[in-house]
Ligand binder design. Structure first.
Ligand SMILES: NC(=O)c1ccc[n+]([C@@H]2O[C@H](COP(=O)([O-])OP(=O)(O)OC[C@H]3O[C@@H](n4cnc5c(N)ncnc54)[C@H](OP(=O)(O)O)[C@@H]3O)[C@@H](O)[C@H]2O)c1
Length: 330
């Protein structure tokens, strides 16, 4: 049972979302410990009519807890998670452990069995990979997935509070028809009124870090090591909600009607009735992965569709809470 919880990075976008999910959930939480950087030490965070003090993260603070949620960047997770894992299971949202053989990478609707034999660190996938595999997995089970083409349209909140604040700031300038100052921006170009076709650094072949995450994590979670995924990840001036244009090729012909029936019954998916549009604005603060525009691809074995989800919820915090629910059932 999930009763004693620690959250590292509670003041960030994912940490705040996680706290709100727990607050409205059924868990009776008897011990809640909140951690962030020294900048936040002493800050008060409200949870179910009580104020909790934020402390600077340190491994001994996680003693005797049922689970630790890590909402920190990868370098900090690398340093701290193995130490905290001596006290309790760590569900880590960074990219640090996602491809390690001894760390399960879990999306509860897709590969819950991967948790078996875990060694107290469990990785939460990338916020674009999660909705992608939730949508692809039921189609794969029915039609046999062979190939994926993906273009993502990723919101500013996917890069944390700093970029979200920068987008708000730039948007005010654009509304006044003035060029925003981008000197302090974490991005190489203005984001408001613009799109940026690169997320993270490029490797020697020109693939971005975000593209490689979606390619490698998708193959791992679906249990298809040789799966070919072509991925283009783009940052767009949306506050919350990642969207994906996906085409899958399968081992047999796929009729749209059959695919719609599969998707309609699949866990975690809301299929737009009548195939109406689902946009990031529709999915904000909602738990599901929304799928629409399901249509034939260029070949009978191909299917194209649109996916959108709240990257802070199912793309991050909710997926972690679901993993904790599998580790510690009520
Ligand atoms: N945003 C998403 O949609 C998303 C989705 C999936 C995965 N993730 C991953 O989740 C993690 C958190 O992302 P986020 O978007 O929540 O980032 P964020 O909004 O920038 O929050 C970062 C958190 O880390 C804390 N922190 C920073 N430096 C620290 C230090 N030296 N010691 C202890 N705590 C420190 C911050 O505390 P202070 O407030 O005190 O600075 C804050 O609580 C990242 O690894 C990210 O890649 C994010």
């Amino acid at each position: 049972m999930l009763k004693r919880i620690g959250i590292a990075g509670v003041t960030g976008l994912v940490g705040t979302t996680l706290l709100r999910i727990l607050e409205s959930g059924p868990q009776e939480i008897t011990d809640l410990r909140l951690f962030a950087s020294s900048r936040s030490t002493g800050a008060k965070v409200r949870f179910r009519d009580r104020d909790y003090e934020v402390k600077e993260v340190e491994p001994e603070g996680f003693k005797d807890l049922d689970v630790a949620f890590f909402c920190l960047e990868a370098g900090l997770a690398k340093k701290l998670a193995p130490k905290v894992a001596k006290h309790c299971p760590v569900i880590d949202k960074s990219s640090e452990f996602r491809l390690r053989d001894d760390v399960p990478l879990v999306v509860p609707e897709v590969n819950p069995d991967a948790l078996k034999g875990h060694k107290n660190i469990i990785a939460n996938p990338n916020c674009t990979t999660i909705p992608l595999v939730v949508a692809l997995n039921p189609l794969h089970r029915r039609f046999g997935l062979e190939r994926v083409w993906l273009a993502s349209y990723q919101s500013a909140s996917g890069a944390g509070r700093e970029l979200l604040d920068q987008l708000h700031y730039e948007t005010e300038f654009i509304a006044l028809r003035r060029p925003p100052d981008t000197t302090g921006s974490p991005l190489p170009a203005q984001l408001a009124d613009n799109v940026i076709p690169q997320i993270d650094a490029l490797d020697a072949h020109g693939h971005s870090g975000e593209e490689l995450k979606t390619i490698r994590e998708t193959a791992r979670i679906l249990g298809l090591p040789g799966l070919k995924v072509t991925s283009t990840c783009v940052r767009v001036p949306v506050t919350i909600g990642h969207s994906l244009a996906v085409t899958g090729r399968f081992s047999r012909a796929v009729k749209v009607g059959d695919a719609l029936r599969v998707l309609k019954d699949a866990p975690g998916i809301v299929l737009s009735p009548g195939n109406e549009l689902a946009t990031p604005a529709d999915c904000r603060d909602k738990d599901a992965v929304f799928v629409c525009r399901v249509r034939p691809g260029a070949e009978p074995e191909e299917l194209s569709f649109w996916v959108t989800t709240d990257n802070l919820r199912k793309g991050a915090a909710l997926n972690a809470v679901q993993i904790a629910g599998l580790l510690l059932p009520a």
